[in-house]
Design a protein around this ligand. Structure first.
Ligand code: AGP
Length: 589
């Protein structure tokens, strides 16, 4: 999604803006731009493509400016649709979606106002100008009251040089202060540095940055308290460390991440209040999107298998609009690597409003999700730069498996040995290098199928998503037992089918499905922990996983599938870290 950065202070703004935008590139974008005010002239440079296209602007004079990386929602990726947008003396950058933009645009057009872009964002500049009656901050507040939807804004005004007014509704925004300078950004990494104090804006809050001071206020200009953000700027400077891509580096960190997320909830007093509530839970709900949703499915399987507690997993964008039923004594886990996914935040808020105890499972301590939750379970996976989630998925699983193990213990039930996972993951990483040799058989596939039963089905779903998002090949993860209900029609000669088989009781059942697709010409790639299956005539190639508890096997079995997606993405000439059309965190609906 879009990225915002802004600076006003003693230094030249342009270098700070460009460096900040580079730190936000992980969010995904298609164009970028900056506006720098030198006290007389507002210089605007914007380009379709990468931030590096803006390098000539680094020499711009002026110590007040804003910058933006755009992930197109309204209006195609182009220079004219790139931010910043200007109307009369107001210039702004925006992250979010204005749902009533078309109505507001018609109103402006009826007043004879001229638009220069196809974006929803530009209408905000028109509104601020129309609301201006001498007070810059008041004009931004009044304009925001007309907006429906989500926004994070940073606004400049030609008659108020040296001032940036910021606004936040749903889309995250932080502001920062150091000696002699003030900052605004979509995310901490863009402005984190030694000596920079950082504050997050709450929903419906505004800030005015001017003359070394930050004023925080609400839409009626009433002062509000700042929300300080604790962060470690050392952590937010990940390096490739010899790897070609962050995705491969982050996969290599999975065993260590599993060890870091092996939490003993029985003895860890930090979670005693949460554990007390959990022990009385009669229902568990999980809301999430994408990979986090798949982590929820894997966790729900474990909760029901070893704790015997009903667990319902929902895609957040569906949950939020179906007026969900939340029974008494429900614990709801909102799972989100970024803690900023708009649909997950909305679903979490609805669950909580309906009486659920809300537990956040997130990788970002200062995220919006942590601020609305009753308990926070941090997946200490370290910053995940690649858009395709890998280590954060494994971390989510390890943490949630630990919760299930705690609950099963409290219920006097047997708990599979969770501690085996880190070692098993290390073994899976080693054998995963073998899938490099599979890519030739996938390169020109019309579609790729991933099959599994039980926990293996959820692993198959995640493997399919990984493949789709970074190779752009059509793919489906399917319950092995469902193929004969229609999907079998899609199997042709040499259609690649990846079968995940780690559940002993279901192994032969899955192999029956493997035989069905094999008989119709499919080429079978097996990911299993059962040596004896590798020699079956249907199997074209296979990798042997280390043994690990079946209930927790997705945390290990997914690794060869992550590797397959990575190597196939390279083979297809893609950048696995920055796949087309995707963002690391989707803060819009
Ligand atoms: C993961 O590989 C995807 N990039 C995507 O599905 C992601 O999991 C989803 O957008 C949810 O993000 P979150 O975990 O930050 O909420």
């Amino acid at each position: 999604m879009c990225g915002i950065v802004g600076y006003v202070g003693e230094k030249r703004a342009a270098p700070i803006l460009l460096d900040g935008l580079q730190k936000l590139e992980y969010r995904g974008y298609d164009s970028a731009g900056i506006a720098v005010f030198d006290g007389k002239i507002l210089h605007i440079v914007k380009k379709k493509g990468r931030v590096k296209e803006l390098e000539p602007a680094r020499a711009l004079r002026g110590n007040c400016g804003i910058g933006h990386t755009r992930w197109a929602t309204h209006g195609a990726p182009s220079e004219k649709n790139a931010h910043p947008h200007t109307y009369r003396k107001f210039t702004l950058v925006h992250n979010g979606i204005i749902e009533n933009a078309h109505i507001l645009r018609e109103e402006c057009l009826s007043r004879g106002e001229i638009f220069s872009s196809e974006t929803d964002s530009e209408v905000i500049a028109h509104l601020i100008s129309d609301c201006y009656e001498g007070n810059f901050a008041a004009a931004v507040c009044e304009a925001s009251k007309r907006l429906q939807g989500s926004f994070a804004l940073a606004v400049l005004f030609g008659d108020c040089p040296g001032t940036i007014v910021c606004a936040r509704r749903h889309s995250p925004l932080v502001v920062g202060r150091e000696k002699g300078g003030l900052f605004v950004a979509s995310d901490v990494p863009a402005i984190a540095a030694e000596g920079v104090e950082i504050f997050s804006l709450g929903d419906g809050e505004f800030a005015a940055l001017h003359a070394g001071e930050i004023q925080f206020f609400d839409e009626d200009l009433r002062p509000v308290l700042p929300h300080p953000v604790e962060y470690s700027c050392k952590e937010d400077a990940p390096a490739l460390g010899g790897y070609r891509h962050f995705m491969r580096k982050e996969m290599s960190e999975i065993p260590a991440v599993l060890r870091k997320n092996s939490v003993d909830f029985l003895s860890n007093s930090q979670f005693s209040a949460f554990c007390e509530v959990l022990c009385h839970a009669e229902y568990i709900q999980i809301v999430a999107c994408g990979t986090a949703y798949h982590a929820g499915l894997c966790a729900a399987y474990a909760f029901e298998k070893i704790c015997r507690v009903p667990c319902e997993v929902s895609i957040a964008s569906e949950y939020r609009y179906r007026d969900p039923i939340v029974p008494q004594n429900t614990v709801c886990f909102a799972v989100s690597q970024s803690g900023e996914t708009a649909d997950t935040l909305a679903a979490a808020q609805i669950a909580r409003e309906k009486g659920a105890f809300l537990a956040a499972v997130t990788n970002v301590a200062y995220s919006s999700l942590t601020r609305i939750s009753d308990a926070v379970l941090l997946t200490n996976a370290g910053r995940e730069v690649a858009v395709a989630a890998t280590k954060s998925f494994n971390a989510q699983l390890m943490l949630l498996y630990g919760v299930a193990a705690f609950l099963a213990t409290k219920k006097g039930r047997e708990v599979p040995p969770l501690a085996e996972l880190p070692q098993a993951a290390a073994g899976a990483l080693e054998v995963s290098e073998e899938v490099r040799g599979w890519t030739a058989h996938f390169l020109s596939a019309k579609s790729v199928f991933f099959l599994g039963r039980g926990a293996d089905y959820f692993t198959a779903l995640e493997g399919s998503l990984k493949l789709k998002e970074i190779t752009y090949l059509p793919s489906e993860g399917y319950p092995a037992g469902e193929l004969k209900h229609g999907t079998l029609a899609l199997i042709e000669k040499n259609t690649p089918v990846v079968a995940v088989v780690t559940q002993r009781e279901l192994a032969e059942k899955t192999m029956n499905a493997v035989h069905e697709v094999y008989a119709r010409g499919a080429k079978i790639f097996l990911v299993t922990r059962f040596e004896e299956l590798r020699a079956r005539k249907e199997v074209f190639a296979s990798v042997l996983l280390p043994a690990c508890p079946e209930e927790f096997s997705p945390a290990v079995a997914v690794i060869p599938l992550q590797a397959l997606a990575y190597y196939l993405s390279l083979a297809r000439g893609n950048d696995p870290d920055k796949p087309r059309n995707l963002a690391k965190s989707v803060t819009v609906e």
